[in-house]
Design a protein around this ligand. Structure first.
Ligand code: WT7
Length: 661
């Protein structure tokens, strides 16, 4: 997505509280952490508990496959659970879970789970995985669960016994699941009968049944009862979670496995424009270090806070900032099951009020959703407990920033837009870089956190001039970076470390202003960000061409008021097929079923040819321009290998063709 709003480079807003430093002072402090970044990060890593300290801060003998804190030993579940359950936080509430049903006659569901409760439950599940399912270090499981407490519990239980997991967002469809299970070679999948969203049941078990027809490595399915719908249990593959747990003594304990720092904690898939989804493998020691550092610096959260990250755990934001971050820090957090507008558009504001949320981590899409329904819905509630806000997932436009800052932030709290990605493991750029806060600018991302050597560079990899658009890179390794792409180290090297040899290429356009603030402008590739979540054009196109009447398809993202971007498709039909709405619906049905509702195509244009460069790359900018009615003028944004004339010709041809329909 290309940002096309004017960036208020010079406007500064000062939060009411906090130690504010100006950008130049921060830059000096930041440089000192970059010079000796190894020892800097080692100092931070010492703040978390290790069974055994590392032998080397980084094993960099085989770049770009870095091993942070090599030789060190720790356990992520121990850090998140045991330490608190056994210490003074035993009776502290770890998770206040709120079910979706609420209001007129519906049963209100709230669960308050203390750190001791969490300890007991996680131990029982770990016992089950280890003894009943015979899973052990080195194995992988799949998790396809809605936002219910069992989701973090199963993740922690797996981490406890050294079993890596891959969570698939519960809105994804059968093909998306099967592809990930196969790539990860998952042996067990944990799912639920169904989930609740927007007052409806999402049939998760049904989706798993469909997916597993194509996923040969999965032997067992463990099913959590949530929605009460038919789960079509298939003996002996499927078993109920509650029945299996009932067989395990309440005081069952499983010693946390001593994991090496460089042992994988989880794999999470990202989609792209080519090839199958990339399984980002995250380590244990480096990952827990970046998550700890950013919890402390960016969220500045402490024992008095009520923390709420609104992200679904199915995305990386939920992994780092619902599960591992807040629990590692011993916080109390809100976890909400369902839709932000159910039963009414004020649901989130009512959650903030009811639980006195003080630290809020949300997304531009959610914020635009609040805006659409208007201020009155927020005003029904007292949201004055909020003292800190961050957003993530896509650029936030200054208008949405100002609205949210006024309506929820009462014009005084710190409100930042943190930049990072699944690959980075934790936040890389923020407004709270360390203990100090730099002044806000509406729409900016702030500056790299200490120890992170991020920059904006030109096509040759040289630092870009202030105000000029370039590519965002990270020059030095950082804790939390992926170990590799699961099963495909070569691809890891190619995608991230070959465009600018040896340094990490993030794939985003950005500009740095003269104060050194970063403004992320959007993806440089064609990953579409729907409601902040990356969808690969490749996966979408592969599904569309499954339709028997389709010969070729190209998908691009177009702007959407609430979701930021939505996919539209250009489709070439096989000879003899008539285009029409029936066909459109059939194509969309495939996309929804196989990838998920999130991927629903806003429009499908039937065309007879697609504009291509000489090397047969689709000219996506032309497709976008035609849909959005913009003029192709900016030569710098054109695809390589096509002259401006060729692009113009393709544009007018396509325009004519669509105009004829
Ligand atoms: C891409 C990564 C990391 C959490 C969620 C997304 C975009 C992320 C911002 C922001 C502008 C942002 C980038 C990035 N992005 N945060 N604050 N401002 N853009 O994870 O699905 O791996 O996507 O999200 O384009 O590359 P992801």
């Amino acid at each position: 997505m290309a940002v096309n709003w004017a960036l208020p480079f010079d406007e500064k807003i000062y939060p009411e509280k906090g130690v504010v430093v100006e950008a130049d002072a921060y830059t000096r402090m930041h440089s000192s952490t970059i010079g000796d970044y190894r020892n800097f990060w080692a100092g931070i890593a010492h703040e978390i508990d290790w069974y055994k300290t590392w032998e080397k801060i980084i094993d960099d003998s085989n770049p770009p496959f870095y091993k942070w804190f090599a030789g060190g030993e720790l356990n992520a579940c121990y850090l998140c659970v045991d330490r608190h359950a056994m210490g003074p936080r035993g009776d502290k509430i770890a998770i206040v879970w709120e079910g979706e049903s609420w209001g007129d006659g519906a049963p209100k569901e709230t669960k308050r789970i203390t750190y001791r409760d969490l300890y007991k439950e996680v131990n029982k599940v770990a016992y089950l995985l280890k003894n009943t399912y015979k899973l052990k270090k080195g194995d992988m499981i799949g998790i396809y669960l809605p936002m219910i407490p069992e989701l973090p519990i199963v993740m922690l239980a797996a981490a406890r016994i050294g079993v890596a997991f891959t969570v698939v967002f519960s809105g994804f469809g059968a093909d998306a699941i099967a592809e990930r299970m196969n790539d990860a070679k998952a042996k067990l999948v944990v799912t639920a009968d169904g989930g609740l969203r927007g007052g409806k049941i999402i049939y998760t078990k049904q989706m798993i049944d469909e997916a597993l027809g194509d996923a040969a490595t999965v032997r067992d399915v463990l099913v959590v009862r949530r929605a009460g719908c038919d789960a079509n249990m298939l003996e002996p593959r499927d078993r109920w979670y509650h029945e299996e747990l009932a067989k395990i003594p309440d005081n069952a304990r499983v010693e946390p496995e001593r994991m090496k720092s460089e042992d994988p904690l989880y794999v999470l898939y990202t989609s792209g424009t080519t090839g199958k989804p990339k399984g980002q493998v995250h380590d244990t020691g480096g990952y827990m270090t970046i998550v700890h550092a950013t919890m402390k610096w960016v969220f500045d959260a402490n024992d008095e806070d009520m923390y709420w990250c609104t992200a679904d755990i199915g995305w990386v934001t939920g992994h780092s900032y619902v599960v591992f971050g807040p629990l590692m820090e011993g916080l109390t957090q809100v976890m909400y099951e369902g839709s932000p507008i159910y039963p009414e558009p004020d649901r989130w504001a009512s959650i903030v009020e009811r639980h006195r949320v003080s630290v809020l981590y949300t997304s531009p899409t959610a914020i635009r959703g609040w805006m659409r329904f208007g201020e009155d819905f927020v005003k029904r509630h007292d949201v004055s407990s909020v003292r800190l806000i961050h957003s993530v997932g896509e650029p936030i436009n200054p208008a949405a920033f100002r609205w949210f800052h006024r309506v929820v932030g009462r014009d005084r709290v710190l409100f930042g837009s943190t930049w990072w990605m699944t690959e980075t493991g934790g936040i890389m750029i923020s407004h709270v870089p360390g203990k100090a806060i730099i002044p806000m600018k509406p729409g900016t991302n702030g500056m790299p956190i200490p120890g992170i050597d991020a920059d904006v560079v030109d096509v040759n990899g040289a630092a870009q001039k202030p105000g000029e658009r370039g590519y965002i890179v990270i020059r030095k390794p950082w804790p939390g970076m992926p170990l590799t792409i699961h099963g495909n180290p070569q691809r890891y090297k190619e995608v991230y470390f070959s465009r600018f040899p040896g340094i990490y290429y993030a794939g985003d356009y950005a500009v740095k202003d003269s104060d050194g603030y970063f403004w992320i402008l959007g993806r440089a590739d064609e990953v579409i960000k729907v409601a902040g979540h990356g969808l690969g054009t490749y996966e979408l196109e592969s599904e569309i061409v499954r339709h028997q009447s389709v010969a070729e398809a190209a998908v691009v993202g177009v702007p959407d008021d609430i979701k930021g971007e939505v996919p539209v498709a250009f489709v070439i039909l096989k000879a003899g097929t008539e285009p029409g709405d029936g066909l459109r619906e059939e194509i969309n049905a495939i996309v929804r079923e196989k990838i998920g509702h999130i991927a629903t195509l806003k429009d499908i244009y039937f065309v007879t040819r697609l504009p291509k460069t000489r090397s047969a790359k689709i000219m996506r900018r032309v497709l976008k321009a035609v849909v959005t009615g913009t003029v192709i003028g900016d030569t710098t944004t054109l695809e390589e290998e096509a002259s401006i004339d060729e692009v113009r010709a393709a544009y007018s041809e396509l325009q004519k063709e669509l105009g004829n329909k």
